[in-house]
Design a binder for this molecule. Sequence first.
Ligand code: NAP
Length: 542
Amino acid sequence: MSGHAANPPDFDALIIGAGFSGIAMLHLLREARLSARVFEVAPAVGGTWYWNTYPGARTDSESWYYCFSFSKALLEKWKWSERYPSQPEMRRYFDFALDELGLRPHIQCSTEVESAQWEDAARLWSVRTTDGKTTTARYLVSAMGLLNEPLYPSVPGMDRFEGGCYHTGRWPQEGVELGGKRVGILGAGASAVQFLPHAAEQAAQVTLFQRTPNYVFPARNRAITENQQRELQANYDAMWERIRGNLFAMPFEGSPANRLAAQTPPKERERIYSELWKTGGFRFFFESFDDLLVDEQANRTAADFMRRQIGDVVKDPATAAMLMPRDYPLFAKRPPSGQGYFEAFNQPNVRLVDVKRDPVVAIEPWGLRTRSGAEHRFDVLVLATGFRAFTGSFERTPVRGRDGVSLIDHWKRHGVRTWLGCAVLGFPNFFMLGGPQIPFGNAPTIVEHVAELAVACMLAARRRGADLVEIDPQAEREWNELVDQVMASTLVRHGEEVGSWFTGANVEGQKTSNMVYVGGANDYFRRCRETAAGGFREFAFR
Ligand code: NAP
């Protein structure tokens, strides 16, 4: 590999992954006249929207802003059919965007990166792929996604099950026949919430094995009419302006005049909650009151309201009670958005089993067994058990910085630490787009901003004649302190106790750290702008 030392690198940048972030990065690099190639392990682009083909998979952010924002042409030419697009529509959108932007020739699919190594003498990254080739680049960009690497449960006997066993995040592209089958679903997070009503339509019997119930918002999906389409397009500029100023990078109004739940009379509070509940989606949380994320009592008013909604929908009182989250505040775990989820439990073929009270102890050839000795038989086992969020991709794909230390080992040793979720000390010329400690919110918009920042940093290096950029230790330290500090000031901190992927606590035995920045996407965007305007003083250029 040292043979590359005297040669210029093959590309200015190599990007791992062709989902939202990889495609945005590729486009921005090309606009900046920097050469780039994307390696994508899947046979096609889309990332999350390639892999998650389980029945019912759709976005739970609204289509008109869950998309690329950097191209007016894309915004004007593409028409979303629904409020929350389905997975197949997302795939079509990616194909459209690639053709429109002319990016296909620069993306190499069905190519997995085996490892990436920083070559200090040559000041470049050397990337080995499964096609047996090694490619070099001045910069390496991880666009591997934050919820990418499936988390498989460590229950004894997983390989003994004789029916079909599928993780929602690696659902077979050809689909799975559920008609007339008995289906067991392990997990009750966002993926299970979307899958269950669809499974219930087809299968003879569906059993959901739930450990922790979730606060599920009603999505209230609907078609987008021609009129709405015209109105959206006429107001794009104003909408993106609002998004950039919003805590979650969504075009929400926030609550009027900083309304507080704790100071609103109960009757009025109920009226506000009811109205937003009818509107659907995340608006219930983001447009109601400003104290839900920080004040336990205020949060309880929203949680109580949600529990009452579950009680109103689910007819069997014991099932309703089991579905009501009680032990943690709303938003300590990422709340799912559902379409007919609670309603499905009224169907005679849907059953709920509490595996917190009576844990699963073994997978058997015919189903599973719980601690009490109960036997549950099914033909298909669906693992809706989530992801090794943020760090999982680096477990699979070693990225080795200075002295050959892999990023995952670096984090295991020192805890997960980054600067703005995008740069790491000891890993020069390396940027992550969906890395740990990026803000929580509308992911496509957030990763686009990170990509802009990374490209601006590369251009700043070029202007200075530098071929090495590395984050300053103090800048990294200050950012990590801030991430921890803001986390401690919100109720999201309880995620650690309830196994939220926000902290990595969903992975058994994993050392936890705060992996989302809850100080606001708007605050994060401001920091990005200030860094660029200040000439990237947070970095050392050599
Ligand atoms: P998740 O939210 O992490 O949920 C995983 C579920 O599996 C939890 O209910 C968990 O229980 C359970 N589980 C894990 N291991 C288990 C075990 N050994 N035994 C029993 N239960 C077990 O994963 P997800 O539903 O795939 O969603 C992950 C994230 O992806 C979401 O939060 C969201 O950000 C994103 N997502 C988005 C959409 C969308 O936009 N439409 C759809 C799907 C996913 P505990 O809670 O008790 O740990």
